[in-house]
Each structure stands twice: as structure tokens, then as C-alpha cells.
Design a protein around this ligand. Structure first.
Ligand code: AMP
Ligand code: MG
Length: 426
């Protein structure tokens, strides 16, 4: 990520062709051009769920603070263990939150609860289920434990002075718990990314308006709303903007003055009124691409300025599936980087394709599929019927996107393919 101009970046690509741009090149240009927001705010850890950590968190304490027992059982000196059966005399009890403070000598043990501090000198715990008691004595089943068993070491989770969380982490439930385990109530996070978006097209109607002949309801604004909200962006929904040069220019300028990034849909394909692109180009440094992919060939990307403010602009195609695919495979990672997140590429899983898939080499195809477990126990994928870029149902029925890379041709039934699952665990 640098402050280089878009033309500097593309001039470094020996084979840059905006009319036949491979997916990976487009992703690379975007990655190199965008810059993250700098501002930081300090917020309570509960409010920080889903936010991006702005600074490394150094652990102020050892977690756990003391060696402690991992089991309910009896603590003793591991050096006392002899081959065969072992017997110890019980001299006291250690509870979680109430340590045993006396000395423990050779041949002695202390009954101990999970999480209780290990008594001085003790380094081994035999679980309850491996002993027999007789009066104040216990005997241990031969071979049940070796020295050091069932003891959690001081600092084994987190060490005082060491980095516990790295800046750039997206804070998930485990991160909140870990911060709490360090006694940290507030964390520095990057400010939320502001993203403005609108739909373009004279044929579009907003919800509540009558659907006259030839018009369609604006669905892209709802999918974009959903995708941005899931990413954790602050959104500015600017509605539908008609295919009118003055209105488009005003909308782009206003978006630019109020947001870090702008997402538009429609108007960037060949058939659309050319002035959408002209206006975008007039307001800043824009690239207009035909990407080697399906769906979603046309896309505009760059940065526009107005009244001293600038914003990154993603001009996504209009077709409802194309807008989602281009968002997920281009805008998503870019927005995460803008949010300051150390976003790794989406993991791809390999599964078996149940049916043959027709595929042209030389472009990346994103088909919608359903991954399920076959009777043989293996994971498999089946496409969701018609794959047209206007068929949004294919996205609602799918649980994954099948990514067929540039080089691959037709897929035979039983071949393995790569998929991106919709659902993650956290
Ligand atoms: P365009 O890229 O503007 O030529 O649009 C391509 C196709 O996507 C056309 O059939 C449009 O009607 C449709 N489309 C564009 N924007 C939207 C939208 N916001 N919601 C639903 N369909 C759209
Ligand atoms: Mg249009």
C-alpha cells in the first residue's frame, strides 16, 4: 500500500491491458493503490467486536499468573514417583481462589481443585479417577501419571511483556475474552470505514414505488447494504441515481466528500450511457476494466476528488450476481485493508464436483454451488442450476462460490474444484 498514482502502478505491469485484465492483476492494482484509514478511537471491549485493532496489545501480566492444576485431584512432588504403586499422605486442600500455603514434603500430597494454585514444591497432579483413598492416604494406580502431568504453567497462555494481539486483528469473540483475561477493558481500534453507495439506472425503482413496464426494483442497494454491514462499515445509502450527467456528478461529489470509499452499481458496461464513465474519469484518476471473469466483466476502479476530499471508487457492474461477485472478490479485501485489517486471502477448499462444468480457459469463473457431504463421507459440490449473472436466486440457494481459475477448462464429474464457503465459524 503506497501513495503512488494509479498510472504509476499500472505502468509497472508489463502486460497491462484494461480490456482483458486477469482477475489477479486487477486485485493487485487495487491492493497497491488503496490506503488504510489512520484515525484511532479507544472503546470498551464489548463495543470492539468486529472492529480492527489499531495497536499491538502487550500483555501486562502472566496468564495464568501462577502454576495451577488442570484437574481435580492430588498435587505432590513429581520426584517422589517410583515405579509401581505410589502412596501419599494427604495434608490439606487447595481450592481455586484459595491456595494451600503450607509446605509439602516428600511423601505428602494436597487435594487440589482445577484452577487452584499449585502448592510450593508440587509439580504434578494425579486426577481423582486414578487414585484410591484409605483414611488420610491415597494410592495411585501404577503408570497413571509422570512428573509434570496435569499442571498448567505460569504464563503458558500469555507472557507478561510479550505481544498478545497484533494490530490489524479483526476482534472476534476469542479476542474479547483474551483481552478480558489480561484485565484490559478498553482497546484502540481504527475508526470505522465510511462507505457511500448508490445504484444507477433509469429503469430502477425503489421499494414502495410502482413497477411500471420495463422497470425493475433496485436490488443491488440491498445486497450492497448487507455486504457492507457484515464487513463492519459505516454506510451512507444514497439511493437510486438516474442516468443523468448532472445528477451523477452531484452524487459522486457528495459521496466523495462524505465517505472513504464509494460503491456504485451499473453504468460501467459497454452498452451503458458513456457519460457515467466520463464523469468518473473527470473527477479523478479512474481505470475502466474489462476483467477476464464471469460474471462481472466490466468494472471501474480509482480515486476521485471533490472540494479537497478524495475517496476510492469501485464502479461495479449492474447485474445482481455480478455486483456480489465483484464485491466479494475485489472490493471486500480492499475495504478490509482500508479498515486497517491484516486480511488474509479467502481460504479455498477443494471438493469433488458432482457434475461436469463447462468452462472456458482464459477467464476466471465464479459459479454458485451447494457443498454437502456425500454418502461416501466426502465433501462434494453441485451447482445451483442456472448461472446467469441476473439470477440472484442462484446466490440465495448457494452456500459457496465455485472458483474456476483462469487456466482451467471443462471440469469432468468427479474432478475436484475449489470453493469459497459463505459461512465461517466466527
Ligand atoms: P448496467 O450495467 O447498468 O448496464 O446494468 C446491467 C443490468 O443490471 C441491467 O439489466 C440492469 O437493469 C441491471 N441492474 C442494474 N442496476 C441494478 C440494480 N441496482 N438492481 C437490480 N438490477 C440492476
Ligand atoms: Mg444501467
Amino acid at each position: 500500500m503506497t501513495n503512488r498514482s494509479l498510472s504509476d502502478i499500472v505502468s509497472c505491469l508489463s502486460d497491462y491491458d484494461p480490456d482483458a485484465l486477469p482477475v489477479e492483476q486487477a486485485q493487485r492494482i487495487i491492493r497497491e493503490f488503496i490506503t488504510p484509514v489512520e484515525a484511532i478511537e479507544k472503546i470498551a471491549i464489548r463495543s470492539a467486536l468486529g472492529r480492527v485493532l489499531a495497536q499491538d496489545i502487550v500483555s501486562p501480566i502472566d496468564v495464568p499468573a501462577h502454576d495451577n492444576s488442570a484437574m481435580d485431584g492430588y498435587a505432590f512432588r513429581g520426584a517422589d514417583l517410583q515405579p509401581g504403586e505410589n502412596a501419599f499422605r494427604v495434608i490439606g486442600t487447595a481450592y481455586a481462589g484459595q491456595a494451600y500455603t503450607g509446605a509439602v514434603g516428600t511423601g505428602e500430597c494436597v487435594q487440589i481443585m482445577t484452577g487452584a494454585v499449585m502448592p510450593a514444591g508440587c509439580d504434578t497432579v494425579v486426577p481423582q479417577e486414578f487414585i484410591e483413598t484409605a483414611g488420610d492416604r491415597i494410592s495411585i494406580v501404577p503408570g497413571a501419571v509422570v512428573q509434570g502431568d496435569n499442571r498448567r504453567l505460569k504464563g503458558e497462555d500469555l507472557c507478561s511483556g510479550k505481544i498478545a494481539l497484533k494490530q490489524g486483528a479483526i476482534l472476534r469473540p476469542a479476542h474479547l475474552g483474551l483481552l478480558a483475561s489480561l484485565g484490559i477493558a478498553e482497546v484502540p481500534v481504527r475508526r470505522k470505514l465510511r462507505v457511500a453507495f448508490f445504484s444507477t439506472g433509469d429503469e430502477l425503482r425503489s421499494l414502495g414505488e410502482p413497477l411500471d413496464q420495463g422497470s425493475v426494483y433496485d436490488s443491488n442497494r440491498y445486497t450492497i447494504y448487507g455486504m457492507l454491514t457484515r464487513l463492519g462499515c459505516d454506510i451512507i445509502d444514497m439511493g437510486v441515481v438516474r442516468d443523468d450527467p448532472a445528477l451523477l456528478e452531484a452524487a459522486l461529489k457528495s459521496a466523495c466528500e462524505n465517505a472513504d470509499a464509494i460503491i456504485t452499481s451499473g453504468g460501467v458496461s459497454v452498452g451503458a450511457a458513456d457519460y457515467t464513465k466520463q464523469i468518473m474519469a473527470r473527477l479523478g484518476e479512474m481505470n475502466f476494466w474489462k476483467i477476464g471473469m464471469r460474471p462481472g466483466r466490466p468494472m471501474a476502479f480509482g480515486r476521485i476528488s471533490s472540494n479537497g476530499k478524495s475517496a476510492f471508487l469501485f464502479g461495479l457492474p449492474g447485474n445482481p450476481v455480478a455486483v456480489m461477485v465483484t464485491f466479494y472478490f475485489f472490493a471486500r479485501e480492499a475495504l478490509l485493508h482500508m479498515m486497517g485489517a491484516a486480511a488474509a486471502p479467502l481460504p479455498l477448499a477443494r471438493v469433488k464436483s458432482l457434475s461436469p462444468i463447462r468452462k472456458k480457459a482464459g477467464r476466471t469463473e465464479y459459479q454458485r454451488g451447494v457443498v454437502s457431504r456425500g454418502v461416501d463421507g466426502e465433501w462434494q459440490v453441485e451447482l445451483t442450476g442456472s448461472q446467469g449473472s441476473g439470477i440472484l436466486r442462484s446466490m440465495t440457494e448457494a452456500n459457496c462460490i465455485v472458483v474456476l481459475h483462469d487456466a482451467s477448462g471443462n471440469v469432468a464429474a468427479g474432478d475436484s474444484v475449489e470453493v469459497v464457503m459463505f459461512e465461517g465459524l466466527v
